[in-house]
Design a protein around this ligand. Structure first.
Ligand SMILES: Nc1ncnc2c1ncn2[C@@H]1O[C@H](COP(=O)(O)OP(=O)(O)OP(=O)(O)O)[C@@H](O)[C@H]1O
Ligand SMILES: [Mg+2]
Length: 351
């Protein structure tokens, strides 16, 4: 049994026009203790609703959510309070109290729980050290950068020593460098404190940097899920490939149209290589043994953890039979192939 087990969760809202819309359409997820599980999807896909069901702020219409074997959907008010103590939350907007300084913001949950002043001081000082803000403990939120505010929010969410941290777009308002430093902090918390993290985002580079697992949510359904490496190297769904375009440098649609216009017979492929295969030698092997010309448009290597994934956008020129056997041969090297050539009639229409 998984640490967090989600089965068949559905949720319907009534919208402004009094129409029912099903926002979650049967979600199944298995999250293990110690995972950093990324959930990625476009705006309105249902990510925040799912998160709110996990911490009991919303109740699913049907389905089951078990945390450590306990059914969340069956908890009474007291049970929900106890559950939320175990779950920390951070958001895009940091929700700090403007009238309180850093120290007092972090101390808030501890005061609420009526901890002794000594215990509060020790805990807040420890948290300030963990998030690297000891120097700023007397500062007010208005005197902090976005990244520093998010560190305060993280420290506050850790005050109750949660086993699970839910992050809903916590880095969306931050610049890329600050995003990386916050993600690195979350990875450290995961490793040092063993906290299980569920991280909601619409950015694939966030998933790439720290998530060991990823699920893609589209219109209330999980359409693809697995280890981050597996999903990045063998994406199945169109939407997953769309999200991966922000990771692997790809030719623009205009470039593809122009290439097709120039040489309508050529295939335009995206090849994804995994492991330590020297991609140059695979390409030259295939070129030589199948009498095709392979021309590289863009190439890059990205890492998921310490595992490299190579990406090549190529055009393949040759007779159709040779191209087909070249593609088969690439697949034998377990290269993932995505065909970027659209329907030629469509292209003519667009051009
Ligand atoms: N309380 C509510 N009442 C009515 N509709 C709601 C409610 N909460 C969410 N919705 C609708 O459910 C859909 C999914 O919302 P949700 O907030 O889960 O999306 P999201 O994936 O988090 O999007 P974003 O990336 O923009 O935060 C949206 O169409 C939203 O308008
Ligand atoms: Mg949201």
């Amino acid at each position: 049994m998984s640490y967090i087990e989600i089965r068949g969760v559905t949720k319907t809202f009534i919208n402004a026009n009094k129409e029912e819309t099903q926002v979650l359409k049967g979600i199944d997820l298995d999250i293990k203790k110690g995972d950093i599980y990324g959930i990625i999807g476009f705006s309105g896909a249902g990510k925040s609703t799912l998160i709110r069901c996990i911490n009991g702020l919303d109740k699913p219409d049907s389905g089951s959510i078990k945390i450590n074997g306990k059914e969340v959907t069956a908890l009474d008010e007291k049970g929900l309070m106890a559950l939320r103590e175990k779950i920390g939350m951070i958001f895009q907007h940091f929700n700090l109290l403007r009238s309180k300084n850093v120290y007092d913001n972090i101390a808030l949950p501890l005061r609420y729980k009526k901890r002794s002043p000594d215990a509060i001081r020790d805990k807040v000082d420890e948290l300030l050290r963990i998030v690297g803000l000891t120097e700023k403990k007397k500062s007010f939120p208005s005197q902090l950068s976005g990244g520093q505010k998010q560190r305060v929010a993280i420290a506050r969410s850790l005050a109750a020593e949660p086993a699970i941290l839910l992050s809903d777009e916590a880095t969306s308002a931050l610049d890329p460098q600050t995003t990386d430093s916050i993600l690195d902090l979350l990875a450290v918390l995961n490793q040092k404190l063993g906290i299980t993290i569920i991280l909601i985002t619409h950015q694939m580079n966030v998933i790439q940097r720290i998530c060991n697992k990823v699920a893609i949510i589209d219109d209330g359904r999980i359409v693809e899920k697995g280890s981050t490496f597996e999903v990045f190297s063998h994406p199945k769904q169109r939407i997953t490939k769309k999200f991966l375009e922000s990771i692997f440098r790809a030719p623009s649609e205009k470039e593809i149209r122009e290439l097709q216009k120039e040489s309508p017979e050529d295939e335009i492929l995206h090849l994804i290589f995994t492991g330590n295969k020297a991609k140059q030698s695979v390409i030259s092997d295939v070129t030589r043994s199948h009498h095709v010309d392979i021309n590289i448009l863009y190439g890059s290597i990205e890492y998921v953890g310490d595992q490299p994934i190579g990406s090549l956008f190529v055009t393949v020129h040759g007779n159709p039979f040779d191209i087909l056997s070249a593609k088969k041969s690439l697949q034998n090297y377990s290269v993932e192939i995505e065909d970027l050539r659209g329907d030629p009639d469509d292209t003519a229409a667009i051009a």
